[in-house]
Design a binder for this molecule. Structure first.
Ligand code: COA
Ligand code: MG
Length: 294
């Protein structure tokens, strides 16, 4: 998944626009973009949307961001949406593997009540939204087969830290958020799941979005979340390997295939060893799966 577009559950026509945006995933939000008094209507709208949207051909993945475990709202969220069969829930304010095990158990109960196979609904976790979460970022491995990825957030974290801002005057993330970003990346790799970069809220600033997407890809993120449809094509472009990159990766794999048992080789006049092979294989795997829709 290269791009995941947020849309508020009460978004009306925005829900249909999100489906047509070209995003690889659509995240219907029941959390921060829905006021407390709107949760009930939001759940109904989300379930109605999912029932229709999941029937579409070549559709994006469908996710629902539920409310955090500590809010006590998550059970009513799951009761309302699980039967409508989202592909995954997004779990905000996750605090390590224990949160995933907790959400897994809740999902299992809802799946049983809805007559769905256990484990059919996956979990994408936001792993850096509280100070405590940062210290548990390394505990996601083995928590649940439902876990399909980690992402990170800077807005709630800055509130939890008591910070005045999370970016400097040039729009670059300050140290605590760079740490959170790195912990998301390392936590995901340690758990064997992909990492997705956080949103760029300044949605009219295409240059900032492109820079953040490029830096994210450079550092190992496989995609990035969006809050506006105009962000989707830029994210998709940045996270889609170019034909030249694919050709280079194929050449590396072919060189190792042609020289079984060799640890280091020259490809294009440059030394390549095992990490280079792994990187090339990873790029080809992404190229094959990036645009896969359901
Ligand atoms: N999904 C689908 N469609 C969207 C969209 C989104 N996230 N954001 C905007 N659009 C649509 C608008 O409805 C509008 O459609 P129209 O041209 O038919 O009227 C079009 O794209 C252009 O929108 P624009 O006028 O530029 O922005 P806006 O003022 O309508 O909306 C936001 C701005 C920030 C309110 C909106 O982008 C949004 O709700 N984003 C998601 C917020 C969210 O989910 N936050 C939680 C996660 S951090
Ligand atoms: Mg939030």
């Amino acid at each position: 998944m290269r791009s995941l577009l947020f849309v508020p559950a009460d978004g009306g026509s925005k829900l249909d626009k999100a489906m047509a945006s070209g995003a690889d995933g659509v995240i219907v939000d029941l959390e921060d973009s829905i006021a407390p008094e709107g949760k009930l209507a939001g759940r109904k709208s989300a379930a109605g949307f999912l029932r229709q949207a999941r029937l579409a051909n070549g559709r994006p993945r469908l996710l629902v961001r539920v409310n955090a475990i500590a809010t006590g709202l998550i059970d009513a969220d799951l009761d309302a949406v699980v039967a409508a069969q989202p592909d995954a829930i997004m779990l905000p304010k996750a605090e390590g593997g224990a949160s995933i095990i907790h959400a897994d158990a809740k999902l299992a109960a809802c799946e049983a009540l809805a007559g769905l196979p256990e484990g059919s609904i996956k979990i994408l976790a936001i792993a850096t939204e509280t100070a405590a979460a940062l210290f548990r970022a390394g505990t996601y491995g083995g928590a649940s087969a439902r876990l399909i990825g980690l992402t990170w957030g800077a807005e709630d974290l800055s509130a939890d830290l008591g910070a005045e801002t999370n970016r400097d005057a040039d729009g670059r993330f300050l140290d605590p958020y760079r740490l959170a970003r790195a912990l998301c990346l390392a936590g995901a790799a340690a758990a064997g799941v992909p990492a997705l970069d956080t949103v760029t809220p300044d949605f009219r600033n295409a240059a900032l979005l492109r820079r953040e997407a490029q830096e994210a890809r450079r550092d190992g993120f496989v995609g990035k979340m969006a809050i506006h449809p105009a962000q989707v094509p830029i994210i998709n472009e940045v996270f889609t390997p170019s034909p030249e990159e694919i050709a280079r990766a194929r050449a590396v794999v072919a060189a190792f295939d042609a020289n079984p048992g060799k640890g280091a080789l020259a490809v294009g006049g440059v030394m390549h060893d095992r990490p280079h092979l792994a990187r090339a294989q990873r790029l080809l795997a992404h190229a094959a799966s990036a645009e896969k829709s359901l």
